[in-house]
Design a protein around this ligand. Structure first.
Ligand SMILES: [Fe+2]
Length: 439
């Protein structure tokens, strides 16, 4: 926990404090409900089976990546179960089951102690507080379809959704040094439909519990189907993405001196996008395209790609096709479609004499202007077979100064120069590693 920024640590301590206060109040106010429940065998069985189902669903999360960083957020089917718990049980029973289920499943998966505590207290709070609302406004003696109950369910879901997302994204925004509201809005959009589907599943559980508790046995196949469908959706996206990145790395490795070139271009591109204060959504697309910018080289024959001497004009025309081929490959996949245009234009020049469309100035998409600059910077600073000794950082920056306004977008070039000067050590290390790989 010591490695976390102070603000994030304070937030976590506060969250624990709020949970403890809520728990003590719930014990004082609702202990009679708990005592009543544990006196009937039937309700003990229901409580135990719900806890076990909750633990089981927590053990199989669906993992989403959040914004353009390495952060991940988990969504699990226990979201539905906890919602049903909040509607059906007294707040004290709800907070105990949801806390314990999250706590036990995190112990099984051996999360760090403070993550386990943060996660389980968060789930206890986000389930316990809506449960207070349901305790007051949802009547178990009326059917779920009663307008009063239906409106309580809708308002309760909004409270549940807001609490869940606010606690998680508040911590992540502190860890990433981002303002909370835009961070929350951007990320909630990503998971909203999944959460909405899980909310409906929660409502179905409530319905079955109220009408015929035994019907909940049928929930198990429904749970499994929803879990597999959601998991598959995330998995297919991640695997497609990974397969294309691997392909891009294989293309780089065909010529030993361009090994890891695309990876480095992507890394510097991410820094440059951040230095330009681009929105995370845009940064994601630009970085993805940077990783894939030369993927079209897959169709260039070895004898041209690996030729140590100067290319003939016919061979050069062949090489130039790689930006169009790259566009074709990227646009075949929904996930990369937005980046396809950026790949098409990554060899345009600011003065309009690049290829393939001879676009100039702001006609060239912003992302392509960024990638073109970083691509050239990496090529200048890392060794190539035709030029064994690369330029030093200072020489490369001088070169960029010379070509800004003709080859490169001058404003972006200025930001890159400033960024590299301010973080000289980091980029010197990056090109040192490239040199070692070459040798
Ligand atoms: Fe290229």
């Amino acid at each position: 926990m010591r490695e976390l920024p102070a603000k994030a640590r304070i937030f976590i301590y506060l969250e624990w404090l709020v949970f403890t206060i809520a728990f003590v109040i719930f014990v004082l106010v609702f202990k009679a409900d708990l005592i009543n429940s544990i006196q009937s065998l039937k309700s003990i069985i229901i409580i135990l089976s719900l806890t076990i189902a909750d633990i089981a669903s927590d053990l199989f999360p669906i993992i989403y990546s959040i914004d353009s960083s390495e952060n991940k957020a988990e969504v699990t089917i226990s979201y539905s179960l906890n919602f049903a718990l909040a509607v059906l049980f007294s707040p004290l029973i709800t907070i105990i089951i949801s806390f314990l289920a999250a706590f036990i499943s995190d112990i099984f998966t051996r999360k760090q102690w403070f993550k386990t505590l943060f996660n389980s207290t968060k789930i206890g709070l986000e389930t316990g507080i809506p449960s207070l609302f349901f305790y007051k406004y949802y009547s178990l003696n009326l059917p779920l379809t009663n307008p009063k109950n239906l409106s309580a369910i809708c308002v309760g879901f909004i409270i549940y959704l807001l609490l869940d997302s606010a606690i998680l994204f508040a911590l992540l925004s502190l860890l990433n040094n981002k303002p909370f509201i835009p961070f929350w809005y951007k990320n909630i959009k990503k998971v909203f439909f999944t959460l909405f589907a899980l909310f409906f599943l929660g409502v179905v559980i409530v319905f079955f519990f109220q009408t015929q508790p035994l019907m909940n046995l049928f929930i198990i196949p429904t749970f499994t189907a929803v879990y597999l469908a959601l998991k598959r959706d995330v998995q297919v996206t991640q695997e497609t993405e990974q397969a294309l990145y691997e392909l891009a790395a294989v293309v780089d490795a065909r010529v030993p001196d361009t090994m890891f070139h695309s990876e480095r271009v992507a890394e510097i591109t991410r820094d440059l996008c951040n230095a330009l204060n681009l929105e995370d959504g845009i940064t994601n697309v630009v970085v993805m395209s940077a990783k894939l910018h030369d993927i079209g080289k897959i169709s260039i024959p070895d004898e041209i790609l690996q030729k140590p001497s100067k290319l003939t004009s016919e061979e050069y025309e062949n090489v130039k096709l790689h930006s169009l081929d790259g566009e074709k490959i990227a646009s075949a996949l929904t996930r990369f479609r937005k980046g396809a245009t950026l790949i098409r234009h990554h060899h345009e020049r600011y003065d309009g004499i690049g290829y393939p469309d001879k676009f100039k100035d702001t006609q060239i998409p912003l992302g392509s202007r960024i990638i073109a600059l970083v691509d050239s910077f990496d090529t200048m600073t890392t060794p190539r077979n035709y030029r064994k000794i690369p330029k030093t950082l200072d020489e490369a920056l001088e070169e960029i100064k010379i070509w800004k306004g003709t080859q490169f977008d001058p404003d972006i070039a200025d930001v890159l120069i400033k960024m590299i000067k301010e973080n000289e050590k980091k980029y010197a290390q990056l090109i040192k590693e490239a040199k070692e790989n070459f040798e």
